[in-house]
Write a protein that binds this ligand. Structure first.
Ligand code: MN
Length: 226
């Protein structure tokens, strides 16, 4: 039996719809610039392919009604995203093998300290301070379902006003391609979550804002920034 120097922290988990079993999170990967219109609004060259970054597993905030406004920013942005959850993994997966690894889907928000991300970009520094902070990944319960259809809507509203509205089919890399590409860089495994990128319309949110996100056929989440 392992003797820990202090009690290990609890395993981060995400609820699963219709089940008492929860999904144990291993890693959280995120795709950057996977919707062309969002890449354009960020001033990026849309000929560049999407790319990956990561958040720590304990950055997830599942089903939290209240999400704390993070420190050290005055420009916190919302990014609504389809999240794919894996029940299996591997390296260098084909798209077909990648899709066989899917446990289910959820709705997530990739909260971003845009001011810190922008400062890091300008200096060629890493993005963690902008992306990988505490409670930076609010997420719905996971649903064991097929991949949402290309025409499925992905939307986010703030205080009832629609800010982001896209279609899953607008993704540059589809779900199978996202997983397959990730598996070229990391050996994926059960418990991995992948945030698949956000459509255009990202923008600032402030304390007291009510944020609601939905992916048609997958679910919705709602939280207040406090
Ligand atoms: Mn994002």
């Amino acid at each position: 039996m392992t003797l820990y120097a202090f009690p290990p922290h609890a395993q981060p988990t995400v609820p699963v719809e219709g089940s008492d079993a929860v999904f144990p999170v291993r890693r959280v990967l995120c795709v950057g610039r996977n919707y062309a219109a969002h890449a354009r609004e960020m001033g990026a060259d849309t000929r560049d392919p999407p790319f990956f970054f990561a958040k720590p597993a304990d950055a997830i905030a599942p089903l939290k009604a209240e999400v704390p406004y993070p420190p050290a920013t005055s420009d916190l942005h919302h990014e609504i995203e389809l999240v794919v959850a894996l029940k299996d993994g591997g390296a260098n997966l084909s798209v077909e093998a990648a899709l066989a690894c899917v446990f289910g889907y959820g709705v997530g928000v990739d909260l971003t300290r845009r001011d810190l991300q922008g400062a890091a970009k300008a200096k060629g520094q890493p993005w963690e301070a902008g992306k990988a902070f505490d409670d930076s990944a609010p997420i719905s319960a996971l649903r064991a379902t097929e991949a949402p259809a290309a025409e499925a809507a992905i939307t986010l509203s703030v205080n009832g006003e629609v800010r982001q509205s896209g279609r899953i089919g607008d993704m540059i890399w589809n779900v199978g391609e996202v997983i397959a590409k990730a598996s070229e860089l990391w050996t994926l495994a059960a418990g991995d979550l992948i945030f698949t990128g956000t459509p255009e319309g990202v923008g600032p949110i402030v304390r007291g804002d009510r944020v609601a996100g939905e992916v048609e056929g997958v679910g919705r989440l709602e939280f207040t920034l406090v």
